[in-house]
Ligand binder design. Structure first.
Ligand SMILES: [Zn+2]
Length: 549
């Protein structure tokens, strides 16, 4: 297909040296025959080459045109390097801004593959690319993402956040490093170790502050690798440590963590009020059986009236008008020849739940055998299935035994610790009530609550002196874990004070860890460290030659 190449020429990558000869239409793609017009230079010595050795065809995948795949077939020369001091004798001419040596895609197509792989991952990226007529494999997509590891930021880092992330939870951990000023991940380390962290820090002597958790590894790494920097303990991690301390204390008195039943205010019996108001003895309410007898009596009288009127020669229509009854009913009654008795009402057989009280009583007495309970309630009139009884009591089996409302309720030390450390303005009425109920059995909670609130107040006050006073006080606490916590803070006092005196925290690092986890899971475990690192670090564009304007 020979067409005017004028516009098509301008769509080529680096159209100054790549010249379009003709376009061939294949069933599913365009094949663009092109040749190169440039002064070839030896890639080793840079000398201009004049003697052509041979020509070969190089095939390159490029951007699709209007959804049709494009294949460039470039006639590329091999040349001799005549520079006698150059070790290279023969070389292939390079295609600057078009494709790398040995590349099978143009640089610009390759860049799109890399970007899609970075954003979407291997297989999703491959599917998207196929739809865009860039046929490639998911392996290639991932290779592209991996092969250009984004340069660890050349921008100086002043304030660094560091934390660990789980590669495999409970087994392997890595380290994430975040530029807190730019809110950008600057690097990932494959492990969580003081050595690797300090080695990394030594390449960044410009760092001023390091915000970290209170795990000793990062403290040690920071001291070794960046002694010039100010370390800042993260506030959130300090509160986590506080909560863990409270949990340890509460574990020691877990026997006391029982909730007394809520005391219901005694309700006024409504009958008493009614009785006071009306001195008259109440009218006797007819029993259920009497009511139905009365109804039958009225119906029977009706029937007898109908029969009498009919025997006196009245038509059915006349009877219907006289008694105000439906003619259909009259006809049915007369046809029947006798008084139509009502069918006894259908009553469904009693359900298991109707024996709930009895079952609960037996359960509390220690009978947990569903078959035996089934036999017992059968004798009391239960006609349902054995399975229903089993299901009915299975809930009690799971939750333990507290079936009777009077049984004491327990609260876990963790839950109690959460309540104890809750900030005063964030505790709900319900939580406060729960806390009050715990206090009745475990009065230590009152002291623990005061210690926690004191610590929080010192953190919020932005006054490291107050924090130091809190630590001094806590050192003399009656609770062992609190004392240990206080001495731990004392040891790390410079970083702990900085948590109060500066505004740095690893809050945004946690956000980046969430992003990392999402990417990691998206790759279904295919993510090696390098690939994960390439996708977590910010994407850096490579300058690509687009079509000439
Ligand atoms: Zn050369």
């Amino acid at each position: 297909m020979a067409s005017s190449p004028s516009y098509s020429q301008s769509l080529l990558p680096n159209p100054r040296i790549l010249i379009l000869d003709r376009i061939e239409r294949e069933s599913d793609r365009f094949r663009l025959r092109v040749h190169v017009e440039q002064e070839p230079r030896c890639p080793v010595c840079g000398a201009m080459a004049r003697s052509r050795h041979s020509v070969y065809s190089r095939r390159l995948q490029d951007f699709p045109w209007q959804g049709v795949a494009i294949e460039l077939w470039a006639a590329v020369g091999r040349f001799r390097c005549r520079n006698s001091s150059c070790p290279r004798k023969i070389f292939c001419e390079r295609l600057p801004q078009i494709a790398r040596a040995y590349g099978r895609q143009t640089e610009r197509a390759s860049e799109v593959v890399r970007l899609i792989g970075y954003v979407a991952g291997g297989l999703p990226g491959q599917r998207l690319l196929v739809r865009l007529s860039i046929t490639t494999s998911d392996d290639t997509v991932l290779r592209r993402v991996r092969e250009k590891p984004t340069e660890a930021a050349a921008i100086p880092i002043h304030n660094l956040g560091v934390d660990d992330w789980a590669w495999r939870k409970g087994q392997d951990y890595g380290t994430i490093l975040v530029n807190l000023d730019l809110h950008r991940v600057v690097d990932l380390l494959p492990d969580r170790a003081a050595e690797s962290f300090s080695a990394w820090l030594k390449q960044h002597p410009e760092i001023v502050t390091i915000s970290r958790d209170r795990c000793g590894l990062y403290a040690e790494g920071a001291t070794l690798g960046a002694p010039q920097s100010q370390q800042v303990a993260d506030r959130f991690h300090l509160l986590v440590n506080l909560s863990a301390t409270m949990e340890r204390v509460l574990e020691e008195c877990s026997r006391q963590l029982i909730l007394p039943p809520v005391e219901q205010p005694p309700a006024e019996p409504p009958e008493a009020i009614v009785a006071e108001v009306s001195k008259e003895p109440p009218l006797p309410v007819p029993s259920r059986a009497t009511q139905s007898q009365l109804r039958r009596q009225r119906r029977l009288e009706r029937y007898q009236q109908v029969v009498a009127l009919f025997n006196s020669g009245q038509t059915q229509t006349a009877i219907s008008r006289a008694l105000g009854m439906a003619r259909k009913t009259i006809r049915r009654w007369l046809r029947r020849g006798e008084f139509p008795e009502r069918k006894p009402p259908h009553r469904p057989p009693p359900k298991v739940s109707e024996f709930g009280d009895y079952l609960q009583q037996r359960w509390n007495e220690g009978c947990h055998n569903a078959s035996r309970l089934y036999r017992e309630i059968r004798q009391k009139g239960y006609a349902g299935k054995h399975a229903m009884v089993r299901r009915f009591v299975s809930g009690w089996r799971k939750t333990g035994k507290p079936t009777s409302p009077a049984a004491p309720q327990r609260i876990s030390p963790k839950h109690a610790a959460i309540l104890v450390t809750r900030p005063a303005d964030k505790i709900s009425d319900e939580q406060q009530q729960l806390l009050n109920r715990i206090e009745t059995q475990c009065p230590e909670v009152i002291d623990l609550r005061n210690i926690s609130l004191g610590f929080r107040a010192a953190l919020v006050a932005d006054d490291s002196e107050q924090l130091r006073r809190w630590i001094e006080g806590a050192k003399h606490s009656e609770f062992g874990p609190v004392v240990r916590f206080a001495y731990g803070l004392q040891k790390d006092i410079s970083a702990v004070s900085a948590a109060v005196d500066t505004s740095w925290s690893t809050g945004q690092v946690e956000g980046q860890i969430n992003r990392l986890k999402t990417i990691k899971r998206q790759m279904f475990g295919r993510a090696g460290f390098e690939l994960l690192r390439a996708r977590v670090l910010p994407y850096s564009t490579v300058t690509v030659a687009g079509p000439a304007p």
